[in-house]
Design a protein around this ligand. Structure first.
Ligand SMILES: CC(C)(COP(=O)(O)OP(=O)(O)OC[C@H]1O[C@@H](n2cnc3c(N)ncnc32)[C@H](O)[C@@H]1OP(=O)(O)O)[C@@H](O)C(=O)NCCC(=O)NCCS
Length: 243
């Protein structure tokens, strides 16, 4: 898990990333592995519902099968998104510089208060962003949040063929029980500590700030593009005007 010093170091790296214009491609998996992995993971509210739908609807049929355990059709995904309970559950997301939701996780609580309870974890990462550790970081973040909420057992329902998901769970210390084509991973969570609470607070603040900067950066680059278009139109107009 990241501590406060690593969070600050990695935040600087994230800041540097944000200064690049959006037309430059996002970092490669190799570049991502070279820096300490602070991924700004933010908690998503109800105003992110449309982007969550866009993210999930962009998944290929096989990914939908792995994510939901069946070949979810568009209407089923839309129903799932419409039914997300942002008060009871926790939804986490990772945005890129174009403000596209490239990864998200759903921590679903078995009881309204989340006390003495278990919570289920579900996750998806767009294919272009896989292999950068986002899935693992989302799991870690969800586990920390569940811990701080007093949850003692985190579980994941996955297809046995889902090597990446089961690896994430095993790496985090979960016990995996296979039952034919389906598997369950169980992770017993420790008691919350001051450290886990402060770390989550800092991570959320970093992610919220990162998001606000991305919004402003996107507005700035689109403002610049508009200016360039106006300039181009003026130059074209002057060229067409007879002397
Ligand atoms: C499962 C999923 C979320 C993984 O996301 P990701 O960001 O690529 O995962 P990470 O980069 O954090 O990799 C996690 C681990 O899995 C390993 N891994 C990744 N892809 C793998 C694959 N195809 N086969 C085996 N291991 C794989 C990684 O090497 C890493 O292990 P390591 O840290 O020991 O090297 C992503 O593949 C996905 O969205 N799949 C479709 C939806 C889904 O299956 N959801 C899970 C069910 S709820």
């Amino acid at each position: 898990m990241l501590d406060a010093t690593n969070i600050i170091k990695a935040s600087l790296e994230v800041g540097r990333e944000l200064l690049r214009p959006p037309h430059e491609s996002d970092s490669t998996p190799e570049q991502m592995r070279a820096i300490p992995l602070l991924v700004p993971i933010r908690s998503l509210g109800v105003n992110h519902r449309t982007r969550i739908a866009t993210h999930l609807l962009s998944l290929e049929p096989h990914d939908r099968y792995l994510r939901f355990g069946y070949m979810a059709q568009d209407e089923q995904i839309q129903r799932y998104v419409d039914g997300l309970n942002f008060d009871r559950d926790e939804i986490f997301g990772i945005y890129n510089r174009k403000l596209e939701l490239i990864a998200m996780a759903h921590l679903a609580y078995a009881s309204p208060e989340g006390q003495d309870a278990c919570a289920e974890f579900g996750v998806s990462v767009v294919p272009a962003a896989r292999g950068r550790g986002y899935g693992a970081r989302l799991f870690e973040r969800a586990a920390m949040h569940a811990t701080n909420d007093g949850v003692s057992l985190l579980f994941v329902h996955a297809l046995s063929e889902n090597a990446a998901m089961l690896k994430i769970a095993r790496n985090a210390g979960a016990r995996v029980e296979r039952d034919g084509t389906e598997s369950e991973a169980f992770l017993h969570l420790p008691q919350a500590t001051l450290d886990s609470q402060v770390t989550e607070l800092i991570e959320e603040q970093v992610a919220q700030t990162d998001y606000r900067i991305k919004v402003q950066a996107k507005q700035f680059w689109s403002f610049l593009a508009d200016l360039q278009n106006i300039r181009r139109d003026v130059i074209d107009g002057q060229a067409r005007t007879p002397p």
